[in-house]
Design a protein around this ligand. Sequence first.
Ligand code: GS8
Length: 211
Amino acid sequence: MKLYGATVSWNVTRCVVALEEAGAEYQIVPIDFATAEHKSPDHLARNPFGQVPAFQDGDLHLWESRAICMYVARKHKPDLLREGNLKESAMVDVWLEVEANQYTAALNPILYQCLVSPMFGGTTDQKVVEENLEKLKKVLEVYEARLAKHKYLAGDFLSLADLNHVSVTLCLLATPHASLFDPYPHVKAWWDGLMARPSVQKVAALMKPSA
Ligand code: GS8
């Protein structure tokens, strides 16, 4: 399996967490943004939107990080999706959607403003950061209530829904807002549990504190 993209991107490292957790054999092929390699014909053949990540397993070519994670889990560790259990797999689906559409939707602009923009010589728009921190706190209140009742998001079992939060949360820790989880003890305990996993440790070591 080949994963294309640099590990400074949280969309790329989302896939690395799944690959590591699934125990898959894979190779990371860096794509150089500085030379616009992501817009080259070779890379556009891998991802027609000219973005990273892209992925290859034999004659199968994929893009979209969450679809890649699902494929890796289905192939190597299907228990992460609970597909044999209608209700549990439905809860995994719910929290996969929550990660993308609530948690990361609020976190993305914060990461962009605090990490990406300064990297390209820009400034941080504090208004955008504050607005999205407020959104994220509301999301975390829902997580706190959920995690007070269950060890993990989809239930009392680890799933891909938990793991898909890892890469963006590692980036959050590299911003001035790393203490955001402090008022949410169950969220903190959940995160500490994820951080203790060898797969997460490996990705934390790979990542640089930027997008
Ligand atoms: C988003 C990919 C993306 O934005 C996914 O894979 O989950 N929904 C997609 N990739 C960015 C890297 S930043 O993490 C990218 O490739 N940007 C370059 C560009 O859009 O030109």
